[in-house]
Design a protein around this ligand. Structure first.
Ligand SMILES: [Zn+2]
Length: 94
C-alpha cells in the first residue's frame, strides 16, 4: 500500500483539487500511466472514502489493446495548508 500526501488547491470540498499525481506502469505494455488529481477533482471527499482514479494508455490504444484502467484509492487524510506573511499584520481598527 502506497500513501501520498498533497494539499487541497481550490474550491473546497465540493470540487477538491489536490496536488497529487499517481504514476503506475501499464499492466499490458509497461508504459508510464498517470492520474492527476489536480486535473480531475474529488467531490466532497471524506476520510475513509474510496474513489476511482482513471488511467489511459496511449500506446495500448494505438496498438488496439484495452487502454483504460481504473484504480481504487482510499482517502486516508484530509488536510488544509495555510500560508501568511507575518509582516502584513495590520491593525483592525479597534
Ligand atoms: Zn499500455
Amino acid at each position: 500500500m502506497k500513501r501520498v500526501e498533497g494539499t487541497i488547491c481550490a474550491e473546497g470540498p465540493k470540487r477538491c483539487y489536490v496536488d497529487i499525481v499517481i504514476k503506475l506502469p501499464c499492466p499490458e505494455c509497461g508504459s508510464e500511466l498517470g492520474h492527476d488529481f489536480n486535473g480531475s477533482y474529488l467531490s466532497h471527499p471524506e476520510v475513509g472514502d474510496e474513489c476511482n482514479a482513471n488511467f489511459y494508455c496511449e500506446k495500448c490504444d494505438e496498438d488496439g489493446k484495452p487502454c483504460e484502467y481504473n484504480l481504487v484509492v482510499k482517502i486516508t487524510k484530509y488536510a488544509i495548508e495555510l500560508e501568511y506573511d507575518e509582516t502584513s499584520l495590520k491593525h483592525d481598527g479597534f
